[in-house]
Design a protein around this ligand. Structure first.
Ligand SMILES: *Cc1c(COP(=O)(O)O)cnc(C)c1O
Length: 360
């Protein structure tokens, strides 16, 4: 079967060139006679793969030297707890901005381990925008400020960086990392599950400023502590070797395709094409305030939800898959990560116009 255009929110589409390269190297990696999956994580071959991945990532994102890069397991969800364990004491205050499902989960988990508080939320608008920073109720004693730059389910994205003075910014960038250039030096800590924009599931990236490493509270589970992981090159135990290798191939693909500046331009253009089609029709709509719309996850509804099933079925027949919206919001969602080509978005927009002409 031919490849489809996969609009899944995650695990998500990977660049075809990366999959093909992995296939070529699958049974005999660079003449070593075995697959990367079969290599010891302590072997010089794998250490080389691991170091190259980190170097390429640092180059792509412009990670300053005083930041550590960790390749962990447990998903972004583990970091919801690891962050307070590492950065806060039980009685410390941490500020959270809640703009959708993921930030809601992050603060709920943090509340179990420190005095996490909601400094602002967009509940009132049904999580369709970002509350005006002028109205944020920040606590000057907060040991960190947490936000979710891109809400994968609601399709709400920060197109600015919060100003929090000396309070370190902590960001769950699972669904937006590598989608455009960012200034890493503005962050205290960035974390991301890999399965959206980095590579296969099983790998979790943490980029953390040096002064925030080693201040974890007493009693932090060792596997969640950043300091020993940083010291051990993320190999306190067996890391997710194959996912790490695949992430490295994705980083190289990004570099070969112009890096994050080029990726940002492509992503802006892809999202503009799709939002333009939605806004230009009376049949489709997106509820998110235009200046907060995600470049990565585009939810939309049909004027008549009775047609949802038919839309999904006909789209599937044209090779446009995984467009069903998250169960909490219904309708449709097109996730258009880095590896989704412009041709895929164009095919979707063309299909949408045809569907509207037939049933609208
Ligand atoms: C997918 C996602 C998560 C959950 O990631 P896991 O790796 O499954 O734990 C958390 N936050 C955001 C923003 C996500 O998109």
């Amino acid at each position: 079967m031919a490849r489809v255009y996969n609009f899944s929110a995650g695990p998500a589409v990977l660049p075809l060139e990366v999959l093909e390269r992995a296939r070529e190297e699958l049974t005999d990696w660079h003449g070593c006679g075995m697959s990367v999956m079969e290599l010891s994580h302590r072997s010089k071959e794998f250490i080389g793969i691991a170091e190259r991945a980190e170097t390429t990532l640092r180059e792509l994102l412009g990670v300053p030297d005083h930041y550590r890069v960790l390749f962990l397991q447990g998903g972004a969800t583990s970091q919801f707890g690891a962050v307070p364990f590492n950065l806060a004491g039980e009685d410390d205050v941490a500020d959270y901005i809640v703009t959708g499902s993921w930030s809601k989960k992050a603060v709920a988990e943090a509340k179990r381990f420190c005095k996490a508080r909601v400094a602002a939320d967009s509940q009132e608008t049904g999580f369709t925008d970002i509350p005006d920073p002028a109205g944020w109720d920040l606590d000057s004693k907060a040991v960190y400020f947490h936000f979710t730059p891109n809400e994968t389910i609601g399709g709400v994205e920060f197109h600015f960086l919060p100003e929090t003075g000396d309070t370190p910014l902590v960001a769950d960038m699972s669904s937006t990392i590598l989608s455009r250039p960012i200034d890493v030096s503005r962050f205290g800590l960035i974390y991301a599950g890999a399965q959206k924009n980095i590579g296969p599931a099983g790998l979790t990236l943490v980029i953390v400023r040096e002064d925030l490493v080693g201040i974890q509270r007493e009693g932090t589970p060792r596997m969640l502590e950043y300091a020993p992981m940083a010291e051990a090159g993320s190999m306190l135990n067996t890391p997710p070797t194959f996912s790490w290798y695949m992430a490295g191939l994705v980083f190289e693909w990004l570099r070969e395709n112009g890096g994050l500046a080029a990726m940002g331009e492509r992503n802006r253009a892809k999202s503009q094409l799709l939002y333009g089609a939605i806004d230009g029709s009376a049949f489709y709509s997106n509820p998110v305030r235009p200046d907060c719309r995600s470049w990565m996850n585009v939810p939309f509804v049909l004027a008549d939800p009775e047609l949802d099933g038919r839309f999904l079925e006909e789209a599937g027949r044209e090779g446009l898959t995984n467009l069903k919206g998250h169960r909490s919001v219904g309708g449709m969602r097109a996730s258009i990560y880095n590896a989704m080509p412009m041709d895929g978005v164009q095919a979707l927009v063309d299909f949408m116009a045809g569907f509207e002409a037939r049933y609208g």
